[in-house]
Design a protein around this ligand. Structure first.
Ligand SMILES: Nc1nc2c(ncn2[C@@H]2O[C@H](COP(=O)(O)OP(=O)(O)O)[C@@H](O)[C@H]2O)c(=O)[nH]1
Ligand SMILES: [Mg+2]
Length: 284
């Protein structure tokens, strides 16, 4: 797609209110840079909503400081640029997203994005995702590592690649889905889509949160677009997803299948669209 069409889409997308929900646990080394990158995207209505679980490294305090800085000068009734939800302890990624997304909807967001704090998900893809959502009418746009043009960090060793690839194949096969990146944590949701999912019914907490949301999106007949991203290893800090969390995802996939066994595939299936891969020079 040429730049001119992206520009046009950008104009339309710029009017939409987008809330970017970022769950954090010990991300003090990443948060300030992430906030800066997000606010430099040139999306005037973008709100960053941090959901912190009382991180021992002080991420929550830093989030409050950043909120004070970025919200300075706003009129009292204006939409905050940076909002923070403080939770009492490490409650898991899934419940953090449910809390953040629920608040984003209550605050009137037109689009809700979800992404990691650690720069694995490059903020610059967000404008592209928003443009694609506006241009195609998609209910959800997925930043995907497993569509043509998508890629994983070169530093990932073969074992980790294999595990990620296997987790995808496994959940796709068990759940009978066509989405290529089932565990993707980089997504942009249209308001109406999140509303019809019913966030309060989501039970999964670790990686399975992503799988459950992807499953519901496809089973509910949402219009889904996967766009290719380059997934970088986290810049700073450590992964919070340990081996038990990964193993838990394996059996929880069966739980999803069982729990939603009455949810029939709609007869009118929406096409699953792919768009052209991002050019190498567009990758962050
Ligand atoms: N609020 C909250 N955030 C979490 C929790 N676990 C992970 N995160 C955040 O979720 C994102 C993904 O976690 P990460 O450790 O990068 O997982 P990985 O990319 O799979 O290794 C990061 O922004 C984490 O800080 C949690 O229990 N609560
Ligand atoms: Mg990460």
């Amino acid at each position: 797609m040429d730049d001119f069409r992206w520009e046009q889409m950008f104009e339309a997308a710029a009017q939409a209110r987008i809330t970017v929900v970022v769950p954090t646990y010990n991300e003090a080394a990443n948060l300030a840079a992430l906030a800066e990158a997000l606010f430099n995207l040139g999306l005037p209505t973008l709100q960053l909503l941090v959901v912190d679980d009382d991180s021992p490294d002080g991420t929550g305090r830093l989030a409050d400081e950043l909120a004070q800085r970025y919200n300075q000068g706003l009129t009292p009734d204006a939409r905050l640029r940076l909002a923070v939800i403080h939770r009492k302890g490490k409650g898991g990624l899934g419940t953090a997203y449910v809390a953040g997304m629920t608040q984003a909807l209550a605050d009137g967001a037109d689009f809700v994005a979800q992404m990691d704090a650690d720069f694995s998900h490059s903020p610059r893809y967000l404008t592209q995702m928003l443009g694609v959502a506006v241009a195609t009418g998609a209910d959800v746009v997925i930043g995907s590592r497993y569509v043509p043009g998508g890629s994983l960090d070169e530093r990932w060793e073969p074992g980790r690649r294999l595990l990620s690839w296997w987790a995808n194949l496994y959940s796709r096969a068990i759940l009978g889905l066509r989405i290529r990146d089932m565990t993707a944590g980089f997504k942009l949701w249209r308001r109406s889509a999140l509303q019809s999912i019913g966030l309060s019914t989501i039970r999964s907490n670790g990686y399975t949160f992503q799988v459950e949301m992807a499953y519901l999106a496809e089973k509910l007949g949402f219009r889904i677009v996967e766009i290719p991203i380059h997934f970088e290893d986290r810049r700073i800090g450590q992964s919070k997803m340990d081996v038990p969390v990964k193993l838990e995802s394996a059996w929880r996939t069966w739980q999803i299948r069982w729990r939603y066994r009455h949810l029939r595939r709609p007869s009118q299936r929406q096409p699953l669209l792919d768009v052209a891969p991002a050019r190498a020079d567009e990758r962050a």
